[in-house]
Every structure is written in structure tokens, then in C-alpha cells.
Design a protein around this ligand. Structure first.
Ligand code: GTP
Ligand code: MG
Length: 611
């Protein structure tokens, strides 16, 4: 029996409520048992997602509404994970574009909508968070129309249904205040306005792998849409590899999605989404197809990475104490594994065999990878993120971003000043009259490195910023790097409260007392522009004099605890972040003080260099 199916992806800017809406849809579809305890935002299932409250990986689920099966892909909204969205769109026939009714369309709204329009996927617009007191539903809807027009949407693409939702309480309205108390209007809109999948169950088999999963029982699991034909358990099929080869294999285990579970199936017909176990070497983008009558799908084309970081073996004196996997072989193997599932990352060899250049979409994406590795027991060092520069027809090009900064009126001046130093150009400024101002800039992607931390300091934590890759432009010349130096330990040992107390007026410290340090390790930020070698292990001299009471009770200013992202933002070209399962340390690349070039010389050189 051919069941009726709808395949949709939920797309939006970060935090606009996608995962919350999927939660409500699953609950109301009756997929959970009455007494089942289900976590909030249940689709955000991995540890880092739960800790950070963001979606990192696109994930499939499915529910039933009357006689229709609705396959849903929940996607991440943070721009660094845009590759996940691009891939998810391959699986579906339409999208729910969510927009926060107060924030309106933001850079990632534009990005995901553009991708959906290019793929000719019909959208349903969902204005979410209508319960917010600062919701401005009507204006935001106008902004969405403007966005469609700006993206050259065709006439029929403009005829989208609009729903108004409170994802938290699980209510959707066709018109505001229409008395609806549940999501039925949304389910109805999905069934009536998203086309049923095309594809012929009797045609030649065509399943494109768009996601990979792993289970301890089943090994690698390929997830993909059946575009044509019928996938049958036990059938002999071929895997059309990305480079043209065809590998015969048999299908051993087959599943379809239902809620948080997967149901074993004996067959999956064209239009549905399947999870398939038993293909060990299979990769994203490859097609499972008829051996006799192969019909490989178009390869997936994903936007290029714009940011690169060096990952290298930990060579610090404390290396190997906390991690299980420390060799360049270990790191290489882990990166190779990452490439299988993470299509928007690339790995290149560097000049030395101990270091790899890892390319991705942004600092957060790479930081998540590093964080995942360290939790798995890896030790490594990473260098300062650098922007990928291209040469085209002899011109040196660098990526630029569209940057939106939202901040209280009183901070506009300081924000403009910070951005000016990073070569940002103001493109637009809107004052919504709410006391906050929204500014749009074009800025070289390089200018974003470390920007978030800086702007949060500048605006006492009130600025919101969002950026989006906006193309390539002529290389704009050097940008000044961090304008403070580092406090660098000049010898190995354990930090003492006495030394810390003496040093704390020099700048801000990154370590507390009793911490093991080594020569060349960065223990704080100097208030001045030059690096300063310090003895942070100094003991108080024993004297015969009675200690004054002030000396006995040493009062230390609390040191700054650097998170991985803060550490990555902090370092300059001649520094590394050392990452182990237990520690995040900063260090100079050259540990030996006598052999280390002085940083102020480099700072001067880059400031004096002609643009
Ligand atoms: N007031 C209000 N808050 C909402 C609503 N929907 C979601 N939220 C809140 O918005 C925040 C973000 O929700 P998520 O569902 O994680 O957003 P998301 O779009 O999945 O975020 P990413 O996947 O990280 O892009 C959470 O704190 C939700 O509780 C709503 O309708 N009203
Ligand atoms: Mg989410």
C-alpha cells in the first residue's frame, strides 16, 4: 500500500525555535507513550547540544498525522553548521521557514531561504514566539516578503502559507487570535501545501545517502531518501561511489523513522526516508542503486569552507599526561573519521607530518570538533584561525561577511569604532524605536575572529551579532592583531599565591595558585602591548622578620578561566592553544625565551606595513 508521505526540513536562524517546534509536533502526534518521560528539545540529543542549547547536527524524525507520514529534518540554525542544512534539503520536498516574531529575519534566515529557493522547495512561513511581549508580527511578515523579493523569488514562490505559532505551548494559528489551541493548522498546512514526493516505486532503485549515523550494534548506518524504486531487505544492490566505481553489496538491515525510534522494515518505497545498516565503506553523497540498471544521483555540492586552523601534535612539556590519543597518527585517524560525516570540513596536510590544516565554516564549528576530540581522549595543539585566501586571475581574494549587530543605542559609538578598526563598512542602520539599534556591515571574515568577545566587553554583554558569508573580495591588507601582550612563564614549576599576587597588577591572569606551568606557557594577558616573561613560581623569601598581617592573607583577584573558544580567540600567530581532556593551556610556539622572537616587534611590523 502506498502510504501518503510528506518530507519537510525545518530551517531558521539560530534559536528561533525549530527544535522546540519539533518537540511540540512529536508530542501532539501521539508518538510518545502516555507515561513516557521525554526531555525538552529531545532532538538535541548529543552532549554538546544539550550543554550549549543549540542544534549542531541535522536529525531525522517522523510522525503520523491521520493517514500521512511526515518525515521531518530538524536542522541547526548557527551559520557554522550551514553544511548540515544544505544536505538536509536534499531529502525533502518543502521547508518550514521559522522566523522569530520579534527578531525578524536574520542573516541565517536569508542563507537557508536562499538555499531552499534555489532547490525549488516550497516554503511554509512560521512566525514563531508570538507570545513574546516585543513580538512585531506584521512588520516581520513584511520583512519576510522583502527578503523573498530580494532573493529573486518567483511569483509562485511568494504564495506561501503563513502560520503564527507559540512552539513552547504547541499552538499554531492561521490568523492571530483565531482560537486555535493546538498545532492542527500547521499539520494541515504541511499536508495541503507541501507536495507529496514524486518517484516511481517500480522504477530503478535510487537512494542518495545524505547523512551517516553509527550504532555499536549495527556499525555505520546510512540515511537517505529513496528517490526511485523500492529498497528491499536482502536485495543485491550497488553502491555508486563518488568517483564512479560501482560496488555490489546486499542490504542486511533496513529501517524507517518513527518519533525517536527506528522501525525495522522489509521494504522502503520511493518517497520515504530510510536508514540502512551494513554498508561499511559508504559515504555521504553516494547512491545506492540497481546493479543492472545504475542511476547515480547528482553529487552534493556544499559551500566551501572559509576558515582554517592548524591541528598539531602536543609538544608541550606536559604532553601525554592526560590524554589517551596523542600521536599525529591518532589525530590523522580521527580527522579522517570526521570527514566521513562532516561534509563541510576539509583536512589538508601541512609542511610537517605532525600538523594538519583543518578547514571549516567558522570558529564555532572547529571549536566543537576540538571539544569533541578532547572529550574522546585526544591531546592536540591548535593555532590561530586564519581565513582562506584565494588567488583568481592574479588577484588575491578573501571572504567577506554580512554582519548584523544589534545593541542598545548608547553603545552604537563604541561598536562602530571597534568595527572600523576591523575594516567593516556600515551598510544599513535601523532604529526600531525600542531602544535597540540594528546595524548591518560588510566585513572581511578575518575581522570576525575574536570579535564576539570584544563586542560583548564593549557593550557589557548586550550586543547580539550574527554573520553570514557574503562572497569574495579583494584582499584588504593586514589587520592589526591583539593589541595586548602575553604574560609568559619563564621557568617550569608550580604557581604560587605570592607570585600571582605580585603579578596581578600587570594584567589579567589565566591561572590560579598551585598550577603546573612550563617555560613559554602563557599565564595571563599583559596590560601592555609587549609580551613579558614572568616568574610565576616565586616563593616568598623566608625572613626572620615577622610577616605583616597583610602578607599572610594574600588576596588574589579571581583569574579569568578561558573556555576553548575564548582561548582560540585570544591567541595570535606565534601562539598555540594546548588542548587535553583535562586542560586548556595557552603557550608560545617557541617555548625557550632566549630563542623566541619578541611579539612587539611583530605587532609593530604589522601596524607599520603599508596596506
Ligand atoms: N517565548 C517563546 N520562546 C520560545 C518559543 N519557541 C522556542 N522558544 C525558546 O527559544 C529558545 C531556542 O529554542 P530552540 O528550539 O532550541 O531553537 P532552535 O531554532 O532549534 O535553535 P538552533 O537549533 O540552535 O538553531 C529556547 O529557549 C526555547 O524555549 C516560543 O514560541 N515562544
Ligand atoms: Mg535546534
Amino acid at each position: 500500500m502506498a502510504q501518503s508521505i510528506r518530507n519537510i526540513a525545518i530551517i531558521a536562524h539560530v534559536d528561533h525555535g525549530k527544535t522546540t517546534l519539533v518537540d511540540a509536533m512529536l508530542r501532539q502526534s501521539g508518538i510518545f507513550r502516555a507515561n513516557q518521560i521525554v526531555a525538552e528539545r529531545v532532538m538535541d540529543s548529543n552532549d554538546l547540544e544539550r550543554e550549549r542549547g543549540i542544534t549542531i547536527l541535522a536529525k531525522n524524525t517522523a510522525l503520523f498525522y491521520h493517514d500521512t507520514k511526515i518525515n521531518i529534518v530538524d536542522t541547526p540554525g548557527h551559520s557554522d553548521f550551514g553544511g548540515e542544512v544544505e544536505r538536509a534539503l536534499r531529502m525533502v520536498d518543502g521547508v518550514l521557514l521559522l522566523v522569530d516574531a520579534s527578531e525578524g529575519p536574520l542573516p541565517q534566515t536569508r542563507y537557508v531561504l536562499q538555499k531552499a529557493l534555489q532547490a525549488h522547495l516550497p516554503p511554509i512561513i512560521v512566525l514563531n514566539k508570538i507570545d513574546r511581549t516585543d513580538a512585531r508580527t506584521k512588520e516581520v511578515l513584511d520583512e519576510i516578503y522583502d527578503l523573498f523579493i530580494d532573493l529573486d523569488a518567483t511569483e509562485d514562490q511568494l504564495e506561501f502559507p503563513v502560520l503564527y505559532t507559540n512552539a513552547k505551548t504547541g499552538v499554531a494559528h492561521r490568523t492571530l487570535n483565531d482560537g486555535s489551541t493546538n498545532l492542527q493548522p500547521l499539520f494541515d498546512a504541511i499536508v495541503s501545501s507541501i507536495p507529496a514526493p514524486s518517484g516511481d516505486p517500480a522504477g530503478p532503485l535510487q537512494v542518495q545517502v545524505t547523512n551517516l549515523d553509527y550504532s555499536d550494534f549495527l556499525g555505520r548506518i546510512a540515511i537517505g531518501r529513496v528517490f526511485n524504486g523500492t529498497l528491499r531487505r536482502g536485495a543485491e544492490v550497488g553502491i555508486a561511489k563518488l568517483h564512479g566505481a560501482m560496488i555490489p553489496t546486499a542490504i542486511t538491515k533496513l529501517f524507517t523513522f518513527r518519533g525517536l525510534d527506528r522501525d525495522e522494515a522489509s521494504e522502503v518505497i520511493a518517497g520515504d526516508i530510510a536508514a540502512i545498516a551494513g554498508f561499511d565503506g559508504i559515504q555521504i553523497g553516494e547512491t545506492i542503486t540497481d546493479l543492472a540498471n545504475p542511476a547515480p544521483c547528482e553529487p552534493l555540492v556544499i559551500d566551501e569552507p572559509t576558515l582554517a586552523m592548524i591541528f598539531t601534535v602536543n609538544t608541550s612539556p606536559l604532553a601525554g599526561r592526560e590524554g589517551q590519543f596523542v600521536t599525529s597518527r591518532d589525530i590523522r585517524g580521527r580527522l579522517q573519521k570526521e570527514l566521513l560525516t562532516n561534509v563541510s570540513i576539509r583536512v589538508e596536510d601541512s609542511e610537517t607530518t605532525d600538523a594538519f590544516r583543518v578547514l571549516g565554516r567558522g570558529e564555532l564549528q572547529l571549536a566543537i570538533l576540538i571539544e569533541t576530540m578532547r572529550r574522546e581522549g585526544y591531546e592536540l595543539m591548535v593555532g590561530k584561525p586564519e581565513i582562506v585566501v584565494r588567488t583568481e586571475n592574479g588577484r588575491r581574494l578573501e571572504p567577506v561577511e554580512l554582519l548584523v549587530v544589534d545593541c542598545p543605542e548608547s553603545f552604537v559609538g563604541v561598536v562602530m569604532e571597534t568595527l572600523g578598526m576591523r575594516r567593516a563598512e556600515l551598510a544599513k542602520m535601523v532604529n526600531h524605536g525600542s531602544g535597540r539599534v540594528r546595524m548591518e556591515f560588510k566585513i572581511p571574515s578575518r575581522g570576525l575572529i575574536g570579535l564576539r568577545g570584544q563586542l560583548l566587553t564593549d557593550t557589557r554583554g548586550t550586543a547580539l551579532l550574527h554573520s553570514l558569508f557574503d562572497g569574495w573580495t579583494e584582499y584588504a591588507g593586514e589587520l592589526a592583531s591583539r593589541n595586548t601582550g602575553a604574560l609568559v612563564a619563564d621557568r617550569p614549576g608550580k604557581t604560587t599565591a605570592f607570585a600571582l599576587w605580585n603579578l596581578q597588577e600587570r594584567g589579567e591572569l589565566f591561572v590560579g595558585p598551585g598550577i603546573e606551568v612550563y617555560e613559554g606557557m602563557i599565564v595571563g594577558e599583559n596590560a601592555r602591548e609587549a609580551d613579558m616573561d614572568v616568574n610565576i613560581t616565586k616563593e616568598k623569601k623566608q625572613t626572620n622578620m615577622r610577616a605583616s598581617s597583610a602578607d599572610e592573607a594574600i588576596r588574589l583577584v579571581p583569574h579569568r578561566v578561558l573556555t576553548l573558544e575564548m582561548a582560540i580567540e585570544f591567541i595570535t600567530d606565534d601562539e598555540y592553544v594546548e588542548v587535553t581532556p583535562k586542560s586548556i593551556r595557552l603557550r608560545k610556539k617557541v617555548l625557550d625565551a632566549k630563542r623566541r622572537p619578541r611579539r612587539w616587534q611583530q605587532v609593530r611590523a604589522s601596524i607599520d606595513a603599508p596596506a
